[in-house]
Each structure stands twice: as C-alpha cells, then as structure tokens.
Ligand binder design. Sequence first.
Ligand code: PLP
Length: 443
Amino acid sequence: MNMKELIELDKKHFIHPTSSIQLQQEKGAKLIIEKGEGIYLTTIDGKVFIDAMSSLWNVNIGHGRTEIAEVAMEQMKKLAYSSAFSTFSHEPAIMLAKKIADLAPPKLNAVFFTSGGSESNDSAIKLVRHYWKIQGQHDRNKIISLKRGYHGVAVGATSATGIPEFWNMAGHMETGFAHAKNPYEVGTIKSIASIREVIENEGPETVAALLVEPVQGAGGVLIPPSDYFQEVRKLCDEYGILFVADEVITGFGRTGKMFGIEHWNVEPDLITFAKGVTSGYFPLGGVIVSDEIHEVLKEKSEGVLFHGFTYSGHPTGAAVALKNIEILEHEGLVENSRLMGEELLKGLKEIKAELRIVGDVRTIGLLGAMEILHDPISPNLKLAPRVIEALHERGVICRAVTYDDSDIICFSPPLTITKEQIQTLIEKLRESVLTVKQELVSQ
Ligand code: PLP
C-alpha cells in the first residue's frame, strides 16, 4: 500500500496513543516507519532518521536485532504461550525472574510480571496496599509521588503521575494520591521537606508508599542531586513507608548502570520496570519486591492474590527479555551507555558555549537533556518544539518537553550508539539550534 492510502486509513481507523486527534485528522500521520536497524529508522517513503529517543526511551539494544527474532521464533515454535496463573509455570519466566533478581539490588529477589510500565506501577500500588492490609493496617493506602513524575496511564499510574495534563482525560485523578515538590526544581532539602509536609498533612499512618523515578524522564530528564535518594530512604524509614523506584525508563542500562537507583547507592523496597527489559521487542514489564515484602506476602496472604494479567510471565516475552539482557551484558552496552553519555554531554556543552540560547545541559548515561533559555522579550515562547522540527528536517527524531515553564529537548538514543554517531547527532543539533536562533533574530 502506498503512503497516501495508508494515511487515509490511519485517519479513519487508528486512534493513536498520546496524540492530538485534530492534528491527525488535519495532517495525517507524518512518519510511517517501515524498518529499523541500529540507531536508524526508515520510513515507507525511504527517509532515514536517527532515532535519538530509542522510540519511546525503550529500544536499548537498537533496532533490527535478528537474534531476538530467532529466539522469539524458537520459543513460539515450542511454546508460544501458556498461562503462569496459580501453580502453572514455565522455564523462560522462571529463568527471567531469577536473572532479574540477580541484577537487582541484593535484597530484591522476587518478580511479578506485567505487560508494560503502567501495569507495573498499578501492580506496585496494589501490592503495597495489600502488604499493609494483610498486616492489619487497612488505612495505609495513600501513594505519594513527585511533581513532574510520569508513571503511566492506567488509573493508579495516572493518578501517581505529577503532570496534571495527564489527569484531564478522565476529568480528575483518583483520591489517595498526593504530590510533593521534585528535587530538580527545588533541591534535596526543600524536596524532602515537601515530602515530609505531604506525609504529615495526609497523616503518616495513611501513607503506603512513595513512588519516584530515579530520573524523571517524561518530566524533562530531571536528574536529582547526588544526595537525594539517601535522604528519601531515610525519610521513608523514619515513617515506615515503602519506597518504590519506577525504573521503567532508567532500568536496563539507560543511565550507565543496570538500574538508575544504583547511582545513589540505596535500595528501594520495590522496583517497577518495563521498556528496556525487552528493548521493545515484546511488551513486558514487572515489579521486583524485597525479601521482606515477599516474606510478608508468603506468610500473611490468605486465599488467592486476585491480581494477575493474562500475559504475566508470557513465555515468548520472557525468552525475548532473557536474550535482550544477554545482549546488553555481552556487548557491554551498560558501560557504552556511560561512556557515550559523557560524549553526548561534551557535545551539548560545546553547543551551549557557542550558542547563547542554551541553558542547562545534562546527561546520566544515555539519558540527556538540553534546556532552551527563556527569551526575555517573549518569555512564553517555547523554542524546543521548533528545534525538534529543525532536527526532523535533518533526519533526527527527538522529543520536546514543554510542561509548565520548561523548554527542554530530550535525548535517549539506543545504547549501541557509537562516538561517530554521537558526533553526527551533535552536529545536526548544533545546526538546528543555530537555525532557530537565527529565525528568532530575524523575526
Ligand atoms: N513509568 C515511567 C517512568 C515511564 O516513562 C512510562 C512510560 O513512558 C511508564 C511508567 C508507563 O509505561 P507504559 O507506557 O509501558 O505503560
């Protein structure tokens, strides 16, 4: 089918995730991607793009890995699917749970599987509430998270999300959720004070858990200060609150460590994950829980734990995840993420020094951001979307974040990216920022 025909069918039948329906109807799909290889995506009309976002922060091992397709095919031929409900089990899910337990911080050794990040966070929310309930603390059900945090679009995950735009679709967020100030905007001391204030206002005996991303991704790659999570851990311990790290973006090498929280050297009680665990080759996620929580669940749960998805522990998904993790390890991609992240930062700093409209630049592994400074004459003008457009014209896919007063360009390329490819990306970014700056001057 040609591009024009596909665009018409797309308009008629496909409701896109996180999209403007008016824009889709007016303009149609802009890119119809046909294939991917390494860091590149090719459209149906033959245009090649650098996928500088790893699509949705997830294609960590890069596109077009035929080894994964082969593993999926072998597993599908043997056992494509069978349930893991109750006492049913199968080797790929068992081996994946073990592998993830080996990679996770020492005290986190048991895994509940889901089909993605939102389900993982909703599962974690239900699990922590259940944990308190079976210990007789029925009122401990509130979830505190941070402003600008993003946790997904299931009902619980949406409510935990600290970007109010996401509550609009259903009209409001659910009760039982509250948000504190994030450390990127106000620093460690004020953010911890804000969480404490929220806990005290809600009533400490009603708070089940704190749910936080080690680095806020969709909020604009907001990297907390180096002492932040030690203070978070202390505060949670002081109030006896569980600490859930949402590693949906930061897990599986994205930040230059296997899990993002390792940068702060603390152990959460639960970790939620998805995305990089399969690099997008299969929809799979999960929740890793501490030995302490696992023990309580084993000892105190009565009857059936009424929570489980049809695809929890999907055998083909598990086989794909195991192969993906093997590739991450054998190709040294976590280390490459750290090294190439430094390379990316070097380039971002050079652009900042040369072009004066650039504000803060930052990376942690291959998760990076460039902020555009406010124009004093028109402070509401957002330039990041224009830079994204200019990048697009130069064959690069990136993402802008413009919530509140931010004007940020995000980067999250595949962890396979080379030094030369980073240099190409930086060169195209430099040209794009320069073009937007020149347009501004000539307006
Ligand atoms: N948590 C974080 C930190 C995310 O970035 C995302 C998605 O971008 C999610 C949760 C939701 O994951 P999913 O889109 O797989 O449901």
